[in-house]
Design a protein around this ligand. Structure first.
Ligand code: ADP
Ligand code: TRP
Length: 323
């Protein structure tokens, strides 16, 4: 299967990105033809400092490599290295009804959070559809919040196929892959962990910072002896992502019985988290010391990605009669 996904370089990646998206990227690269990219065109809707955008873009590639993505297996590229993307986005936009974009929750959310209501933000899902359709993707691993964008991608593909596709269609219809257990990773305040809420624990936060942030995770005021409900506790939610099955089951039981204090859970969670990312932290230090290697990965991936993209774009151009 062709697997494809992207992540915006709009800041350091956090634990929500890891469990919602990156961990799936790692699992899926083994047995599939995987394409993963840094969505820098998309990030332009929120990052307006060119130096910072370049830095974040480099950092996302480093993070993916440090976590163990194998650039020999997966094509790890940068969106803007494939300019065919924006051309396809235009072709798709000509068959996308305004109403589909108007109902997008993420656009409405971002405007409500204070981002200006610009055309790029509004048309964001069309660019995302181009990202996906340009590589004939079958499966797109993402977190729950991207579900609507995947639906729009399918709708746009079907519409284009209907208008121009004839018998065989132009685009392959992709499916999302959303892991139930980590569809929405909670942040420090109990809401969805997200850069825009300032409630993240970053994958490469220093251990001391991780410990400090874990202490801040919101908990209620249930006393130590009282029984607690693990299902509604964001601290337990995070703990259960890092703990092995046995330890998780035991903690679940202790929550329900009473007798466990939140302080104890936090100390253990911080330990588990730091240990989990330790090997990646070391690889990251090596990669940061070797930017030429990272640049070489980027440019060879760009060549591979462009070759795939060109063929699909040509198919779309021919179907609609341009060129
Ligand atoms: P953010 O909300 O911090 O800006 P992005 O929108 O850049 O994060 O998300 C990148 C990827 O990580 C997407 O696939 C998204 O679904 C996933 N993701 C982000 N936050 C979470 C979360 N809290 N839980 C699960 N997945 C998440
Ligand atoms: N919109 C996605 C996010 O915010 C990033 C993204 C851009 C993406 N293009 C994509 C994800 C294509 C999957 C496939 O997380």
């Amino acid at each position: 299967m062709r697997v494809l996904s992207g992540i915006q370089p709009s800041g350091p990646l956090h634990i929500g990105n890891y469990f919602g998206a990156l961990r799936q990227f790692l699992a899926l690269e083994r047995e599939n033809d995987a394409y993963y990219f840094v969505a820098d065109f998309h990030a332009l809707t929120s990052v307006r400092d060119p130096r910072l955008l370049r830095e974040y873009t480099h950092d996302v590639i480093v993070t993916m490599l440090a976590l163990g993505l194998d650039p020999e297996r997966a094509t790890l590229f940068v969106q803007s290295d494939v300019p065919e993307t924006t051309e396809l986005a235009w072709l798709l936009s000509t068959v996308t009804p305004m109403g589909w974009l108007e109902k997008c929750v993420s656009y409405k959310d971002k405007v409500q959070q204070g981002l200006p209501a610009e055309h790029g933000l509004f048309a964001y899902p069309v660019l995302q559809a181009a990202d996906i359709l340009l590589y004939d993707a079958d499966l797109v691993p993402v977190g729950q919040d991207q579900k609507q964008h995947l639906e729009i991608t399918r709708d746009v593909a079907e519409r284009f196929n209907h208008v121009y596709g004839g018998e065989r269609g132009v685009f392959r219809l992709p499916k999302p892959s959303i892991l139930e257990t980590s569809a929405v990773v909670p942040g420090l305040d109990g809401r969805k962990m997200s850069k825009s809420y300032g409630n993240t624990i970053d994958i490469f936060d220093e251990p001391a910072v991780m410990r400090k942030k874990v202490k801040k995770i919101v908990t209620d005021s249930t006393p130590v002896e009282a029984p607690k409900n693990p299902e509604t506790c964001p601290l337990f939610g995070l703990f259960s992502l890092f703990a092995a099955a046995e330890e998780r089951a035991l903690m679940d039981q202790r929550y329900r019985q009473g007798g466990v204090g939140y302080g104890e859970v936090k100390t253990r969670l911080a330990e588990l988290m730091i240990a989990h990312f330790e090997p990646a932290r070391q690889r990251r230090a090596e990669l940061l010391a070797n930017p030429d290697h990272v640049r070489a990965v980027r440019s060879s991936a760009a060549a591979r990605a462009r070759a795939t993209a060109r063929a699909v774009l040509d198919r779309a151009r021919a179907a609609c009669g341009v060129g």
